[in-house]
Design a protein around this ligand. Structure first.
Ligand code: NAD
Length: 431
């Protein structure tokens, strides 16, 4: 059993805390959002993540998991402190590390004995070094401490499964004491551990996300070519993906990637490269292709409905991917804003993301299900591949739509079958 503190109770912090508590550790979490902490103390979970509510409540009940607003209290109670605060994009494209700096500063002021400070937030290379300097500057008593980089690779929507069964655990460590504690902490999790220095661990995270984003933009570029020559990108992806060196994952063509990680981490990596004197042109192109995918989608809608202004467009899916309520940098939210600026009226539905989308979008008619969205819409656009959209009754959808048009930003249906059902069906790179 280890005493653990987790700062930041978002998607990463709360999942990390719940999993570590479930493994038998005593975990205390802190967040600067008082309302969040008050809710969590009552067992109210601020995010939708399958299975998370159950495991959080179980561990609160077992007194292994608790929540506080008081950071010094967390520091005093913990040997290992995970920093899981947000690192959004700054004005220049680099990561905004002000929350990381803020908590580091406060950890330093509260430390009375040896601590292991773990950066779990996604941060650019050299953040570990800044954390070290900040602690040395603000901890006047010269208390010993270790810095560890332990980047997180979980995916929203399957975060618990990913945290319990990761492909690998990366540990950037620079002393034996911290390495021993971290290895023992992760011992119950069966995964290869890559132990390296802090800078390399930081680089692994940014390089991994940028590579996955590259795969998506690559297949989207291939899909454009497929559209031009009459090939089927889903079969291209299948044929490529069976090659063990390539793998099928992240080869789904469509409306492009969004979410709180890929767009910002890609920008931050491009920025880091530039700052270090290297022009990472490849990644700039990845970002450019991704941006164009939404314009391409608008073009496909225009091809189907002709003039967008005055049309009612039904949008299915608001979250950036299925099984999450996260709408940060969601392609769907961007698309809705673009369609509205072109004069379209929007109806929308998402199984989980509507409360968050209601705060972000204006003049949208939020519906109770996909059938209500379809009713009297001129066109239906699929933006998130939720399972319930895959299995919807297409005959009923066709009856409800003003015109039988589906523009599929996620390639979830078969073009031939859609044609047989009488739809005008637009998708990405398929015959
Ligand atoms: P999030 O926005 O869901 O959560 C961040 C939390 O930190 C919020 O609850 C916020 O209130 C809190 N916070 C911000 N400033 C604080 C401060 N000064 N003191 C205490 N709490 C503070 O973010 P997230 O999605 O959990 O991501 C956290 C980090 O993990 C980011 O760096 C992200 O890039 C990285 N990451 C995210 C994912 C993912 O899928 N979401 C996956 C891997 C890595």
């Amino acid at each position: 059993m280890q005493r653990i503190g987790v700062i930041g109770t978002g998607y990463v912090g709360l999942v990390t805390a719940a999993v570590l508590a479930d493994l038998g550790n005593k975990v205390v979490c802190q967040d600067s959002d008082l309302r969040k902490i008050k809710n969590l103390q009552k067992g109210i979970i601020p995010i939708y993540e399958p299975g998370l509510a159950k495991i959080v409540k179980k561990n609160i009940k077992a007194k292994r998991l608790s929540f506080t607003f008081n950071l010094p209290n967390l520091v005093n109670k913990s040997l290992v402190i995970f920093i899981c605060v947000g690192t959004p994009s700054g004005k220049d494209g680099g990561a905004d590390l002000s929350s990381v700096e803020n908590v580091t500063h406060r950890i330093a002021q509260s430390m009375k004995e040896y601590k292991i400070i773990v950066e779990k937030s996604t941060v650019p290379v050299e953040t570990g070094e800044w954390i070290r300097r900040t602690i040395l500057m603000h901890n006047k008593c010269g208390i010993k401490f270790s810095i560890v980089s332990n980047p997180e690779f979980l995916r929203e929507g399957s975060a618990l499964e990913d945290a319990l069964h990761p492909d690998r655990i990366v540990l950037g460590v620079e002393d034996e004491r911290a390495e021993k504690v971290m290895r023992s902490l992760f011992k119950p999790i069966k995964a290869p551990i890559v132990v390296t220095n802090i800078k390399t661990a930081e680089m692994i995270k940014h390089a991994s996300n940028s590579f996955l984003a590259t795969k998506i933009s690559f297949i989207n570029a291939v899909a454009r070519l497929c559209d031009k020559v009459g090939a089927d990108v889903t079969k291209v992806a299948e044929g490529m993906g069976l090659d063990k060196r390539i793998q099928r994952a992240f080869l789904n063509a469509g409306a492009g990637f969004g979410g709180s990680c890929f767009p910002k981490d890609l920008e931050a990596f491009i920025y880091l490269a530039k700052k270090s004197g290297y022009d990472f042109g490849l990644l700039k192109e990845v970002a450019r292709i991704n941006k164009q995918q939404k314009q391409l989608l608008i073009k496909k809608i225009e091809e189907a409905v002709w003039i967008i202004s005055g049309k009612t467009i039904g949008v299915l899916g608001l979250s950036f991917k299925p099984n999450t309520d996260d709408i940060r940098f969601s392609s769907s939210i961007d698309l809705i804003k673009m369609l509205q600026s072109d004069g379209a009226k929007i109806k929308a539905y998402d199984p989980q993301a509507m409360p968050k989308a209601k705060k972000e979008l204006k003049n949208v008619k939020f519906c109770r299900d996909h059938y209500e969205v379809a009713r009297n819409s001129d066109c239906l656009v699929i933006m998130t591949e939720w399972e319930q959209f895959r299995s919807m009754d297409l005959t009923r959808i066709k009856r409800l739509l003003r015109k039988p048009i589906i523009v599929d930003g996620r390639n979830i249906f078969q073009p031939k079958e859609m044609a047989r059902l009488g739809f005008t069906y637009k998708c990405f790179g398929r015959v």
